[in-house]
Design a protein around this ligand. Structure first.
Ligand code: ATP
Ligand code: MG
Length: 352
């Protein structure tokens, strides 16, 4: 989509950590922490969609919320449009809010049931813009047009709408202040399958029309393949792999990505019969007590001794392809190791 022109980084996240304290006992003493996001680094270029995928509980939502500074982050930097907001106070953040918005998974829960659609969409305008009554209503109507909601419904309440329409209300509200960057946290997961494509198409149309940049969080790998420019795969609070969409789906490098993609159902029965599923053993470890070394070492089909000792660096192993895995420790021009070769030592050169 953006390949020909030099791309501007709109969002730069460096070594971001979000740890939640765990308290226990009568004295509510701090006994540990949930390392929900444990050192993630990525960029999002202007106008692109970065897909963020991974199993339930791996830290996707926490990452999205932390990037928007809905939390007091534990560590790291978050630069949005040239400004590092990681340490900003609530008051400073308020000024930044129009630039960055969020669309939530469950429009039922995220919309105030006591407010009319017009007031839900108009609320950010009331807070950040000084508009006359007419200007405000015109803007609300304009936003309703953008997301395909009938203006006649402006005075109705959220419960009078279907799930898909409610998500449109949420999107209109997110658009009210002309944001540049929107975090979409599973925006279609709560919708009927028949409605999902409509909402995804709407998000794509709006992106083209307004040059929006998305962080699109989902556990639906097929949907992410459709919408994302690049994809980041998360496992237990860290990014295992980040790559342009086609590269990731055609030739996943990280053993975890390989396993995740092998589990996606293939619609073509001939291909489906040939597909080899990689079944991972064991459960995802607790984020309050992640394994030593690589956090995937307890389940990795290609685990080596070094993996149990040393946390692999997340690095660019080929242009635009980032992996945190000791299989790619040696060379920048690494090729994907054969999935069956689990005995290769990390010092062995990788095949071209
Ligand atoms: N406010 C919180 N306090 C304590 N722990 C939390 C908090 N929010 C999330 N966690 C924990 O952090 C981890 C990551 O949760 P998160 O919701 O980010 O995962 P997720 O990838 O979005 O999962 P899902 O796909 O189910 O939405 C989980 O172990 C969760 O229990
Ligand atoms: Mg989530």
């Amino acid at each position: 989509m953006l390949d020909a022109t030099p791309r501007k980084k709109l969002v730069e996240v460096r070594d971001l950590k979000m740890h939640f304290p765990i308290f226990a006992g009568i004295l509510r003493r701090r006994v540990g922490e949930v390392k929900a996001v444990d050192g993630v680094t990525f960029d999002i270029y202007e106008g692109e969609t970065l897909g963020l995928v991974g199993e339930s509980g791996c830290g996707k939502s926490t990452c999205g919320r932390a990037v928007l500074r809905l939390y007091e982050v534990t560590e790291g930097s978050i630069t949005i449009d040239g400004t590092d907001i990681a340490d900003w106070s609530p008051e400073e953040l308020r000024k930044m809010r129009p630039t960055m918005q969020m669309v939530f998974q469950d429009p039922q829960a995220s919309l105030n049931p006591r407010m009319t659609v017009a007031n839900i969409i108009g609320e950010p305008l009331d807070e950040h813009r000084a508009l006359s009554k007419k200007e405000r209503l015109d803007r609300i109507y304009e936003l309703m047009d953008h997301v395909g909601l009938n203006r006649d419904f402006a005075n109705r309440y959220p419960h009078e709408f279907s799930g898909g329409q409610r998500q449109r209300i949420g999107i209109a509200r997110a658009l009210a202040l002309n944001p540049k960057f929107i975090v979409c946290d599973e925006p279609i997961a709560a919708l009927d399958v028949s409605i999902q494509a409509q909402v995804v198409n709407l998000l794509e149309d709006l992106q083209n029309e307004f040059g929006l940049t998305y962080l699109f969080i989902s556990h639906d790998l097929s949907m992410v393949r459709h919408i994302a420019t690049r994809v980041a795969v998360m496992y237990l609070g860290k990014i295992a792999e980040l790559a342009p969409r086609e590269a990731l789906y055609d030739e996943p490098l990280h053993p975890y990505t390989q396993a995740l993609l092998s589990a996606v159902p293939e619609p073509d029965p001939a291909l489906e019969a040939k597909t080899e599923r990689i079944i991972l053993k064991g459960d995802v470890p607790s984020p309050s007590n992640p394994p030593r070394g690589c956090n995937f070492c307890t389940r990795c089909p290609q685990v080596m001794d070094v993996c149990r000792e040393v946390d692999p660096e997340f690095r660019e192993v080929r242009p635009g392809r980032y992996v945190a895995c000791h299989l790619y420790a040696d060379t920048k021009s690494a090729a994907a190791p054969n999935a069956a070769r689990s005995t290769r030592q990390p010092s062995e050169p990788l095949r071209e």
